[in-house]
Design a protein around this ligand. Structure first.
Ligand SMILES: Nc1ncnc2c1ncn2[C@@H]1O[C@H](COP(=O)(O)OP(=O)(O)OP(=O)(O)O)[C@@H](O)[C@H]1O
Ligand SMILES: [Mg+2]
Length: 347
């Protein structure tokens, strides 16, 4: 649904150059909620602004719903019109809501429809339906100043939906909100994603946001995507930074004569007593160093850091047992180094 290829953005100001995006290849599938996470200055906002051509990319292409926006942006006035039409199919939600304070809630939602040339009657019908959808039917005649932060963001979302977008882009839509309100706005985005089949690309610096609503995620550093994939695949990827941040299991992995492993459970395996089976089958004592359990993208996922007595070479068979149970195993500390030497063919 959204594909960027070699997307590059270099800002030039006062003789200085800043490369905010450095060849970003992003692929967001239709109907998914995709989270981009990264530290301040990583290039997240630049990415989202280039996706809807609010910012002109220095190089690379952006395709949304099969339409090459960068090609449209490059051509004459007729193409400019096509670009505006294409852009109206991309909804945008902002951190600070960007509502017009002199307009009522309803008139804010109608604004993009005015620009599209929709008739007054149809504008009003549509705006009221959208306000109903976001749970603000009773606030149509209020002004932004009379609303709470969460309500303002709901208006921002209703406005973003006015052009019947297939894609919703959100840049830190919840970072000005308290945790409770954040949850309700995320739930709304998730509901809209499900009800309308809307593809959502959201930018955040909060792992919790990724955890609670995203199907897929990417980690940005210095203008590049350094990791990406579905959240469940990331959790199953050894050494994934995103997985570690989603599930910080903790626990000291430095013991030389012990084998420390991180075990990731999905769905069914999360509820089976695999660890006690392991202990009984091989007659070994297992220490749990850290654990985390959560629901990610609607699925129960758990991670556990456990310690087995003995070096890695002594534990090849029990680790094989865990893998056979459908668990993802990642060796940590000394065990990870030992595996390189032993080469047990582990995947
Ligand atoms: N208009 C601009 N002119 C010059 N440099 C810019 C401009 N916008 C962004 N930058 C620079 O580009 C880099 C990426 O900025 P960007 O706003 O995309 O980061 P971000 O990941 O969204 O950060 P944050 O989490 O703080 O919002 C930064 O070094 C920033 O200073
Ligand atoms: Mg930003």
């Amino acid at each position: 649904m959204i594909t960027t290829s070699g997307l590059t953005k270099v800002y030039r100001s006062r003789g200085r150059e800043v490369t905010a995006l450095d060849g970003v290849d992003l692929h967001v599938r239709e109907g998914e909620v995709y989270g981009v996470i990264g530290q301040s200055g990583a290039g997240k906002s630049s990415l989202i602004r280039c996706v809807n051509l609010l910012e002109r990319p220095t190089a690379g292409t952006v395709t949304v719903a099969g339409q090459d926006l960068t090609a449209l942006a490059g051509r004459g006035p007729r193409a400019g019109r096509d670009l505006r039409a294409a852009r109206s199919r991309i909804g945008m939600v902002f951190q600070h809501f960007n509502l017009v304070s002199s307009r009522t809630v309803q008139d804010n939602v109608e604004l993009p429809l005015e620009i599209l040339g929709t008739s007054g009657k149809e504008r009003s019908r549509k705006a009221l339906a959208l306000l109903d959808l976001v749970g603000l039917a009773d606030k149509a005649k209020s002004y932004p100043a009379q609303l709470s932060g969460g309500q303002k963001q709901r208006v921002g979302i209703a406005r973003a939906l006015a052009g019947d977008p297939k894609v919703l882009l959100s840049d830190e839509a919840t970072s000005a909100l308290d945790p409770e309100t954040t949850r309700s706005i995320l739930q709304l985005l998730r509901d809209l994603n499900r009800q309308l089949g809307l593809t959502v690309l959201l930018i955040t610096h909060e792992m919790d946001v990724v955890k609670s609503v995203c199907d897929s995620a990417a980690l940005m550093e210095n203008g590049r995507i350094v990791e990406s994939g579905t959240v469940s695949d990331l959790l199953a990827t050894p050494g994934s930074e995103l997985a570690a941040a989603l599930f910080p299991v903790g626990g000291d992995a430095s013991a030389e004569d012990r084998t420390v492993i991180d075990v990731t459970f999905h769905g069914d395996a999360a509820t089976r007593p695999v660890i006690s089976q392991l202990s009984r089958t091989y007659n070994i004592d297992i220490s749990i160093l850290g654990a985390a359990m959560d629901t990610v993208a609607g699925r129960q996922v758990g991670r556990m850091r456990i310690e087995l007595p003995g070096r890695y070479e002594d534990n090849v068979v029990p680790i094989g047992f865990l893998r056979e149970q459908g668990l993802q195993i990642e060796l940590v500390g000394a065990a990870a180094e030992a595996r390189v030497l032993v080469k047990d063919g582990a995947k």
